[in-house]
Ligand binder design. Structure first.
Ligand code: ZN
Length: 139
């Protein structure tokens, strides 16, 4: 197995505010000034109304696992981490993000569905990558 470094995100003018916040350990999203929709990935236009006045705000960094898969085999840069869980996370603000779930057993039994998660950040190169961990459930 060859070992390759994991790719490091290279911010663009559009995505720089997102990565600047991540380096401070904060998850930031855009919000549309026209329709108030929270937006999961940096965009020039609101996907709901087409509005172009998008501002940034700090998200809570919490949500739930909407869906997930267990990655068994992947490209060389990520192979050492396999098996691992990649999930669609529905943030409490509404948008859905694709991310990795850390600290769980990578099992195909769907036991992680709907579990509450919280963002954390992992260093990679000169960036901080958002990942999620499952929160303990208190009765
Ligand atoms: Zn809008």
């Amino acid at each position: 197995m060859t070992t390759e470094p994991m790719p490091v995100p290279e911010p663009t003018p559009l995505t720089a505010p997102y990565w600047d916040a991540a380096r401070r350990g904060e998850l930031h999203l855009q919000r549309c000034a026209r329709c108030d929709e929270a937006i999961g990935y940096p965009r020039l236009n609101c996907p709901s109304c087409g509005g172009r006045e998008l501002g940034w705000f700090r998200a809570q960094g919490t949500g739930r696992i909407w869906s997930y898969v267990v990655v068994e085999r992947t490209e060389p840069a990520f192979a050492a981490a396999a098996p691992y869980v990649v999930a669609v996370i529905e943030l409490d603000e509404g948008p859905r993000l694709l991310s990795v779930i850390r600290g769980v057993e990578a099992r195909h039994d769907m036991s992680l569905m709907d579990r509450r998660v919280r963002v954390e950040f992992e260093p990679r190169g000169n960036q901080q990558i958002p990942v999620f961990t499952v929160q303990e459930e208190h009765a």
